[in-house]
Design a protein around this ligand. Sequence first.
Ligand code: ADP
Ligand code: MG
Length: 249
Amino acid sequence: MLKVEDLTVSVQDKIILKDFSLEVEDGEIVALMGPNGIGKSTICKVLMGDPNYHIEKGKITYNSEDLLNMDVVTRSRKGIYLVNQNPIEIPGVSNADMLRSALECRTGEHVNFFEFNKEITAICKKLNIPASFIHRGINEDMSGGEKKKNELLHLYVLKPKLILLDELDSGLDVDSLRELSLSLKEYMGSDISILIITHHISILEYLKPNRVNILSDGKIIKSGDYSLATLVEKNGFRSISVSEEEDNE
Ligand code: ADP
Ligand code: MG
């Protein structure tokens, strides 16, 4: 279980998140929505341990352990996985080489080359990803949508427990979005949790979140069920913050 408590985060002396709190239980799918530049990617980077983001105060625990004291590798070994909004390209390093090394690093065990090839080929087939992806450079010369599919291939190989989806839907055509969402739904289990960052309702239509949270002014200003996302889709984010101010009067 992930628990973020009263977190204040700055980037280059600018406060982005202020007294931000969030909980994601095992087996839950939780959505975080909000306009551009509000801090959605920031929370993903903080959860992953990006050193550019400075923790001013607050606490993050993952399965009752202090996450902020863990380095990136430890967080990954504990099963935290970020699907980046803009996956980076690493030319010259193939998916297969990186994934096999990552798997060995994660499990601490030797991964048999042939067994691994068999598994990754089966995953590609299941995810409808061309087998040529296996030996391509990581995200190298891939379209936006292909990069997202490639991230899903990584996810299926590394088998994380807490998945942070930072705008998986950006750059995906409708068919790919459906395919990837359904693959994620299939991956879901009672010990898996997903934090979905999105502007759009489409991905939530497939992944039906347990809770929808709206981020504004550095913190979650409103939480609700799926119907909150439909309200955002219909009336925009501004309608949510205005009604919230009225609620407080
Ligand atoms: P979004 O909700 O669109 O994902 P972000 O979390 O990416 O927003 O960014 C929140 C704010 O923090 C923006 O104003 C952005 O410009 C700023 N920011 C994020 N990362 C950095 C960085 N590494 N350096 C400078 N500013 C940053
Ligand atoms: Mg973002």
